[in-house]
Design a binder for this molecule. Structure first.
Ligand code: TRP
Length: 454
């Protein structure tokens, strides 16, 4: 098959690592990981999480990259081409469709939450210019949620930012933006980490994050950790497959894949090490933060630290979300381009669809707050449930099975050049058996839970 993708190519190994890390590092790392660790027993959660990344997520990441690079097109067409080549069923293209739907769902609410971070960044910026800032964090968050116009406007601003990058294409859009944004992200995180260190609570934070209390490892912790590993590494919706399609042939997938997983995990841990000392200093205990940790608890700390830190933190979150949202929009846009659409029109059309769907999530906190689909607290939670707890694991499971059992062995070996033979066979067995069983178990429990709540 082709050496180049019609959509463009990453100009170097580093460009790919930055883009894929940009996709992986997002709200999942800086918002979700710290509060999930906080809610699930700290060290116990982190340990299980690391196991899930190594044994399940990383093998699937390699699989997505290998499939993508073999096909060089958007997931749906890549899987169609590969099925033809391997003489397997065209039905495998369904995995691409599933990914497309998952991407649209996830982007729809991801952009709403990213809009909150823009709103907060704006409030802190105004505070630096004499605005009142966030006096009562719970009230500020409540006001935002109850104001549909404001929320939808920020959701729109964030979607426009996302389209602006994707419309410019792989080299001029995606690659150029991550080369600027990823170093900025790291720098902002290090400044916050520096502040965390200066509180003198780094040791306690590290103990909380790294000292596992084995009695806290429950099936629920394992489930949350697995889901988080999938979400954090952007797996199961063929996003990494799409980024793999633009990967030059000579780049070693095992090496760059491992680099991306390490960077993603490292940044989640760094975010924890930056946030927990601040939490300990100003709020007391690091346990039980919940999803509100970032939007309601931390702002009281920022009130004492100064608005600059609030601004820095929410710009950091927005940037992390931005480099992720472009990877949610790219696969569907690339598909439309292959159907003959211009790139700009394709990106705008898909983003408009996601924005419109996101209106339900935004309105679910106010105008439509009586609607609680699937027994969830809000529409956003329900869409999150369907996408993250069902579509992503199903996608990941099928990708593992396809790569493990269907993908032509010789060609798979070619894509994984650089992997020693022993590693290659360990990897194949992880894909064939371990990952599918683990994902299946998680899926079964999640479905059972969901049905119980109905
Ligand atoms: N990984 C991102 C985060 O941690 C979110 C994300 C981007 C994602 N692309 C994805 C999640 C694809 C699932 C699938 O915030």
């Amino acid at each position: 098959m082709d050496n180049r993708s019609i959509h463009g190519m990453w100009s170097s190994r580093l460009a790919f690592i930055l883009a894929a890390t940009g996709s992986a590092v997002g709200l999942g790392n800086i918002w979700r990981f710290p509060y999930m660790a906080s809610d699930n027993g700290g060290g116990a959660f982190v340990l299980v999480y690391l196991g899930c990344v190594a044994l399940v997520a990383l093998p699937i990441l390699f699989a997505e990259l290998a499939i993508g690079r073999r096909g060089r097109r958007s997931p749906i067409n890549t899987l169609l081409d590969l099925a033809r080549e391997d003489r397997s069923s065209r039905g495998w293209a369904g995995v691409g469709w599933l990914g497309l739907v998952a991407g649209v769902f996830i982007l729809s609410f991801y952009s709403v939450v990213a809009g909150w971070t823009l709103h907060y960044a704006w409030l802190y910026l105004m505070q630096l210019f004499g605005g009142t800032g966030i006096v009562d964090p719970a009230a500020t968050f409540g006001e935002l949620l109850s104001n549909p116009v404001e929320m939808i406007a920020w959701h729109g601003v964030f979607m426009v930012m996302t389209v602006a990058v994707v419309a410019l294409g792989v080299e001029k859009g995606l690659e150029r933006s991550v080369k600027l944004l990823m170093p900025a992200l790291l720098l902002m995180l290090l400044v916050l980490l520096g502040y965390g260190v200066s509180t003198g609570h780094l040791g306690e934070a590290a103990t909380f994050l790294f000292q596992p209390d084995f009695s806290k490892i429950t099936p629920g912790v394992v489930l949350s950790a697995m889901g988080q590993a999938f979400f954090s590494l952007s797996l199961g919706m063929c996003g990494m497959m799409t980024y793999g399609a633009y990967l030059p042939r000579d780049v070693s997938i095992p090496r760059v894949g491992a680099a991306v997983a390490l960077a993603d995990t490292g940044i989640a841990l760094l975010a924890g090490l930056a946030i927990f000392p601040i939490v300990i200093q100003f709020l007391g205990t690091p346990t039980g933060g919940g999803p509100g940790l970032i939007f309601t608890s931390l702002p009281s700390a920022f009130n004492q630290m100064g608005a600059v830190f609030g601004l820095l933190f929410f710009v950091l979150l927005a940037v992390a979300a931005w480099t992720s949202s472009i990877s949610l929009l790219e696969p569907a846009s690339a598909y439309l381009v292959e159907r003959g659409w211009g790139r700009r029109r394709a990106a705008i059309a898909m983003a408009t669809l996601c924005w419109a769907l996101g209106l339900f999530s935004a309105l679910g906190f106010n105008v439509l707050s009586d609607i609680r689909p699937l027994g969830q607290d809000s529409i956003l939670d329900a869409i999150n449930l369907v996408a993250n707890d069902i579509l992503l694991p199903v996608g990941g499971l099928l990708i593992a099975l396809y790569a493990g059992w269907r993908f032509d062995r010789q060609r798979l070996r070619e894509q994984m050049h650089g992997a020693p033979a022993a590693l290659f066979s360990v990897w194949t067995w992880l894909l064939r058996v371990v990952a599918p069983l683990a994902v299946l178990a998680v899926l079964a429990v999640k479905l059972h839970d969901a049905l119980q709540r109905l």
